[in-house]
Write a protein that binds this ligand. Structure first.
Ligand SMILES: Cc1cc2nc3c(=O)[nH]c(=O)nc-3n(C[C@H](O)[C@H](O)[C@H](O)COP(=O)(O)O)c2cc1C
Length: 199
């Protein structure tokens, strides 16, 4: 796919602005090829209703999303690449990031939307800052995104990890800064290959 056809949606899932996750994501985005479009949304700026599981209530459909939820849905559908930029919270996704993903379940059941078919083939990426040095503690978050991509027949681009506690500390993680430069360069490979496409 040509660069101009790609659109990256960065969903900032920290509960504080300009934190480590955001700084790491911005560093990675700097290396995106020219022409690739980017949209950045801070999830805490876009509060949405609590998610309610209505799958087995009435006819199982969810109400049409409005306001911020509609905005998030439209931005999601408009992107070729979705980047969940979530700090590691209790070894997994932050509340705003998880809440956004929970709403996918409602979108899957919106009549006439065809959400699953329209998500298939997009690429899901993760960017995560964590305080611990042992990166294996982020395995639950990585697994959550990988399995979610698989469930949705999306491609999985992987998760960029960076170390830091107070905002800005991630910039001192030299390995993460180096990895950030190349992180999205797998974009062509990931997008054009089919080996990691889940059935
Ligand atoms: C609620 C909460 C839970 C956290 N859980 C973890 C954790 O499980 N493992 C870890 O390494 N760091 C944990 N941290 C530390 C953050 O991941 C770390 O400070 C990170 O840099 C925050 O990213 P941000 O600056 O983008 O918000 C936690 C922080 C908070 C506020």
């Amino acid at each position: 796919m040509a660069a101009a056809e790609r659109k990256f949606l960065f969903l900032l899932g920290s509960t504080r602005p300009d934190g480590n996750t955001e700084q790491l994501a911005r560093r990675a985005a700097e290396a995106l090829p020219e022409g690739v479009r980017q949209e950045w949304l801070r999830l805490t700026d876009l509060p949405v209703p609590d998610f309610a599981d209505l799958r087995h209530t009435g006819d199982g459909t969810h109400p049409q999303p409005e306001g911020n939820l509609r905005h998030l849905l439209d931005a999601t559908l408009d992107a070729t690449d979705i980047v969940i930029a979530s700090p590691l919270y209790w070894y997994s996704l932050s509340t705003p990031a998880k809440h956004y993903l929970d709403h996918w379940v409602g979108w899957l059941r919106l009549p006439g939307l065809d959400f699953k078919a329209r998500m298939a083939g997009k690429t899901l990426w993760g960017v995560t800052a964590l305080a611990e040095r042992d990166q294996s503690v982020a395995d639950p978050l990585i697994g959550s995104l990988r399995h979610s991509a698989s469930y949705m027949s999306m491609r999985f681009g992987g998760v960029l990890l960076g170390n830091g506690s107070a905002p800005g500390q991630v910039l001192a993680d030299e390995v993460a800064m180096k990895e950030a430069k190349d992180f999205f360069s797998a974009v062509q490979e990931v997008s054009e290959g089919d080996s990691i496409l889940a059935g």
